[in-house]
Ligand binder design. Sequence first.
Ligand code: ZN
Length: 245
Amino acid sequence: MKKTKITIAFLGEIPIKLDKQIISKRVSNFFIIDKIVNIPITSNADGQNWDYSDDNINGLLPINYSGDFLLTITHVPLEDNYYARRFSNNRICATLYEIADILKVSNIPIENLIYRLLYSYLLIYKRYGNRIPQQNEITNFTHDETRKCLFDMNGIKSDVIYSTNKPQLCSECLIRLKKDGITENDLNQIQKELKKINKVLYYRILDFIQQNPIWTIIISSITAIILGVIGSVIASFVYEAIKNY
Ligand SMILES: [Zn+2]
């Protein structure tokens, strides 16, 4: 598969710690981050719940950009409280509103959500013949059931934690993607890359401890015994060395 160029835009202030450098350097065999741009929000919310309607967002997004498609990240609520909306000219807008709080509680980096969005929209772009279908088009690439899959609907937003930590492609999505022309080899490669979307080491260790308390006690006890033995051996060597000096 030829690498797809993706432009990322940050729309308005993102009041969350986010490493744009790390995102821009994300390595994939399937896409490159063409450019990261910042776009100001110059209008107020026009929805009843302080949300920004599709028309409002559409007026803020650039029509022209350098990549093959545009992934916009914002923090304002979107129409109908969706976490992502699609627009003409292969443009997408996803929001961190509420999602960022859910990820924070589960110690999942916000960057993971952006990686998930990159892979899912890359596959949508490819299966629709190098275009992103618009919001009003009837599509069937998501499923309501949460399967830790890139194409989980996440109608219940809190379920996003399952597809932002080692996400995968479920068996049904794999069949559909193959039918839509994505090769098995590419899908296998993508699955491998998805496994790298992970928590940072500290929180992986913490998860292990929480999930395996008995093993943690056994491992820490054995470690303490080994350290004790090593300490005694070193002390004996030091003692002998001093004695023979
Ligand atoms: Zn799926």
